[in-house]
Design a binder for this molecule. Structure first.
Ligand code: PBG
Length: 332
């Protein structure tokens, strides 16, 4: 071997490190672990019922009693964190999202009961007005505009109500300005020092939320969410949003959606020193499921490949509708 050949074929052959499952696994640079997973779950009113969401094959809304069992199953599979969303009946929706503050509302009851049934579970709750809004928007609407500061006021009281019911983390998904600081303030004032905030910091105005809006019947009644959610071409702005949220007291920041925004995830991860979460949203789940059901891709492989992509891009945590399936697979 002369000096010019150092570092070259055949002395270096990349394939030696790919020759067997054992060596591939040994040199894998990233791994999926159930500790990193957050399972989004949908709760609805009623008893002893689960309903499959039409546009999310294999995914269900549960009544509280059945959700307690589901949460226990998830926990026992190693998925120790859930993110709770409530499906609110139309009759309870109004422009101010009044029902969101009801201490005996579906969300608050679900929090209390889940916490009692599976106390060791980390319970995160979605904070936004859209499931409660007669307009299907994340904020109060006046003259066709989404009003920031009035919404922030409501979101902070909603967060306190979740915290009092027993939520470990609140997860504001609304993209109003200044809401993290307002939420932190109200929680501190109430002595809820240990209630965490997972901020949807870089949440894009995305078509990939379609099936979720089906799940909660929360699609906007007019217009779109482009005046508050982020514009897909932007990446520097995502870093700015994450930094602002951290300064306001966010414990965890999130990038959402996942697969089309891996570069954003990496950019945020490189710039911040708090855990970074990614949300593989409903449309991403449904695309994989639909293609798999048609026999066009291998669903299991697509699930694993998409999730390891998040780890490679720097995700500390992954919220995914595949949480249960992937946990079963990881546990073998
Ligand atoms: C509500 C909210 C949405 C999602 C999470 N929280 C929908 C939206 O912003 O329109 C989307 C989740 C998903 O698609 O899986 N603010």
């Amino acid at each position: 071997m002369n000096e010019n050949q150092l570092g070259n074929y055949p002395y270096v052959r990349g394939r030696r490190l790919r020759a067997s499952a054992a060596v591939r696994e040994m040199v894998a640079e990233n791994r999926l672990h159930t500790d990193d997973l957050i399972a989004p779950v949908f709760v609805m009113d009623g008893d002893n019922q689960k309903q499959e969401i039409a546009s999310m094959p294999g995914y269900y809304r549960f009544t509280i009693d059945l959700l307690k069992k589901e949460a226990r199953e998830l926990y026992d599979l190693g998925v120790k964190s859930i993110l709770l969303f409530a499906k609110v009946p139309d009759a309870l929706k109004d422009n101010e999202g009044t029902e969101a503050l009801n201490k005996d509302g579906l969300m608050q009851r679900a929090i209390r009961e889940l916490k009692e049934a599976v106390p060791e579970l980390l319970l995160m709750t979605d904070v936004a007005l859209d499931p409660y809004s007669s307009y299907g928007h994340d904020g109060v609407v006046i003259n066709g505009k989404i009003i920031n500061d009035q919404t922030v006021e409501i979101l902070s009281r909603m967060s306190l109500s979740h915290a009092k019911a027993g939520a470990d983390f609140v997860a504001p998904s609304d993209m109003m300005d200044g809401r993290i600081g307002a939420i932190r303030d109200i929680l501190e004032d109430a002595g809820m020092h240990n209630t965490g905030i997972m901020a949807y910091s870089a949440k894009y105005a995305s078509c990939f939320y379609g099936p979720f809006r089906d799940a909660l019947d929360s699609a906007p009644g007019f217009g779109d969410k482009k005046t508050y959610q982020m514009n897909p071409p932007n990446i520097r702005e995502a870093v700015k949003e994450a930094q602002l949220d951290i300064n306001e007291g966010a414990d965890i920041v999130m990038v959402k959606p996942g697969m089309p925004y891996l570069d954003v995830l990496k950019a945020v991860k490189d710039e911040v020193n708090v855990p970074v979460s990614v949300y593989q949203v409903s449309g991403e789940y449904s695309m994989i499921k639909a293609a798999a059901m048609n026999g066009w891709i291998d669903g299991d492989e697509a699930m694993m490949e998409s999730l390891i992509g998040f780890k490679r891009a720097g995700a500390d945590l992954i919220a995914t509708y595949f949480a249960k399936e992937v946990a079963k697979k990881i546990n073998g």
